[in-house]
Design a protein around this ligand. Structure first.
Ligand code: PAF
Length: 282
């Protein structure tokens, strides 16, 4: 496995691989790698001859400086894991190399960035869009892999690629979960055992909402009962729980037989966690 830190070297390497006709998969990450990331790397290894995993904690997507300061930074362990998983190249640039100057453009994703996460994290998707554009331009992948735990991010990246005609296929990988149902996330590292137990209720609420919808309770009643369930969990502070169209992320676009997204964000022990459930009505 090769560790590359310079963006120029990354681009030179990938150009040479492409001249040899090799297909390239990109797995963008912010490090603190876990089994959720492994699922992305595994899929990329199956689909491509070369897998580049980027490890870069991107400051421009954090709207809360404390969240950025607390974000785990574990490059040495990450490199070891990636070697074990069989990744081909790790791209771990430093901040000055990626941002020699402050970006002067601002990406606006319209309605898509005004809802769910976008409402609570102003500027977040602009930061995601800028770093993902940079990574796509430096790695020139045939395919890039994103976890569906960040469903809104997945749609934003698809929008980015469609707008800029980027010739990369964007592939979403289902959320990996602990046996408690809790979505695997780098942020879980900051939770105590008790916190992990409390956090498992986030997914329990989503499952309950799914059952309510499947038993034809109706969206409004499902939201009321799920909110009530979350309210009763000590130590869990829900920021939002919403049911929206999985195509546009707007509740007004929910269609009779269209896919739904049940989406939730909340705090446990001051750590912000998100989860969602995609529901294709039968
Ligand atoms: O999902 C993430 O870890 C990040 O948002 C990403 C896509 C690596 C961009 O920094």
């Amino acid at each position: 496995m090769q560790l590359i830190q310079s963006p120029d070297q990354m681009l030179a390497e990938v150009k040479s691989l492409k001249r040899k006709g090799l297909s390239i998969g990109l797995v963008p990450t912010m490090g603190a790698l876990h089994l959720g990331h492994k699922a992305l790397v595994d899929q990329s290894l199956r689909d491509n001859e070369v897998t580049v995993t980027s490890v870069f904690v991107n400051p421009t997507q954090f709207n809360n400086p404390e969240d950025l300061a607390r974000y785990p930074k574990t490059l040495e362990e990450d490199v070891k894991k990636l070697k074990d998983w069989g990744a081909t190249i790790v791209f771990a640039p430093d901040e000055n190399a990626i941002y020699p100057r402050k970006p002067t453009i601002r990406l606006n994703f319209g309605r898509l960035e005004e809802v769910l996460e976008g409402k609570f994290r102003p500027g977040h998707f602009n930061g995601v869009g800028i770093i993902v554009s940079k990574l796509l331009n430096l790695v020139l992948p045939d395919r890039a892999y994103f976890g569906l735990k960040d469903f809104q991010q997945f749609l934003i990246v698809k929008e980015l690629v469609a707008n800029f005609s980027v010739p990369a296929e964007i592939i979403g990988i289902p959320t990996q979960r602990h046996s408690s149902g809790l979505a695997i996330s780098s942020r879980n590292q900051n939770l105590s055992d008790k916190g992990l137990e409390i956090a498992a209720n986030i997914y329990k609420g989503l499952e309950m909402a799914r059952e309510l919808i499947q038993s034809k309770k109706g969206i409004r009643e499902t939201i009321r009962l799920t909110d009530q369930f979350y309210d009763e969990v000590d130590g869990l502070e829900i920021e939002y729980f919403e049911i929206v169209s999985a195509e546009t992320l707007l509740s007004e676009d929910i269609a009779q037989n269209g896919p739904l997204l049940l989406s939730v964000a909340g705090y446990v022990e001051n750590i912000r966690l998100i989860d969602n459930l995609y529901l294709q009505p039968d």
